[in-house]
Design a protein around this ligand. Structure first.
Ligand code: CA
Length: 249
């Protein structure tokens, strides 16, 4: 099972074999069912400053830092970058609106996935473009012991956010692993692109309105329909990743 997906990943990245030792895990839309609320908060904020947008487009920007999303919209609407001051003010306003919405729930299957990684001794690193402390601070409550504070890369850490490979490369450094020893769990095209560009076996999970084909297109080595299905197949997938060798004949 999964051998053809693993083979095509190995060939594309010119690896002989993989040795999964660390899982680099996205937060919004992967560990938390928070994307609909992010989209609502973004739409409310940008509508107030006269930017025309659709709720759907914020699912496509998912993974970007707040500053990068604001600049993208400013350039489209006002043909200029936002100032540092505007970015700070607008991201703060979006965060306030996000926090006014009802509490987000952990994604079903996320806890089981994290338990499995812990059980088999794989390191876990959180890799998010978000700088919102309301969710980051909840992690240890909802997923006790899953992430230590030094095993987190957030929107406050990185200069180049997703889709650049930088956040996942920093995560690999924190975990002391190579790309061939890393797997990435992501739900958004830009996050998948970032994980694949960093050289990790990137697992896409379609937890929102974005179709699996878009995650494949962005570089996902394999796509699961939801986190529960991923958690269920993880033991066999990790075993296959650890044992499969590329056929060079
Ligand atoms: Ca995400």
């Amino acid at each position: 099972m999964f051998n053809s997906e693993i083979d095509s990943f190995l060939a594309r990245h010119n690896y002989i074999a993989l040795e999964p030792r660390a899982a680099l895990i996205d937060m919004d839309g992967t560990l938390y069912d928070s994307m609909p609320r992010h989209a609502d908060a973004w739409l409310r904020m940008v509508s107030e400053i006269g930017i025309e947008a659709t709720r759907e487009e914020f699912f496509m920007y998912e993974g970007r830092t707040g500053a990068s999303t604001i600049n993208l919209l400013f350039n489209r609407e006002f043909h200029r970058d936002a100032t540092e001051c505007e970015i700070k003010e607008l991201y703060h306003r979006k965060t306030v609106y996000f926090n006014e919405l009802p509490d987000v729930e952990p994604m079903p299957g996320a806890a089981e996935m994290l338990d499995f990684f812990k059980k088999v001794g794989m390191k876990r690193v959180l890799v998010t473009g978000s700088g919102q402390s309301s969710l980051i601070n909840r992690l240890d409550n909802d997923f006790p012991g899953a992430f230590t504070p030094e095993m987190m890369v957030t929107g406050r850490d990185t200069v180049n956010g997703k889709p650049a490979p930088d956040p996942f490369l920093i995560a690999m450094k924190k975990a002391g692993v190579t790309p061939a020893q890393s797997i990435v769990i992501e739900n958004a095209p830009l996050g998948v692109e970032s994980g694949d560009a960093a050289g990790a076996f990137t697992i896409g999970v379609t937890t929102g309105p974005i179709p699996g084909a878009a995650l494949k297109e962005a570089g996902a080595a394999i796509v699961f329909p939801d986190m529960e299905t991923l958690a269920e197949h993880l033991p066999i997938l990790i075993y296959a990743l650890s044992t499969h060798r590329r056929n060079l004949n």
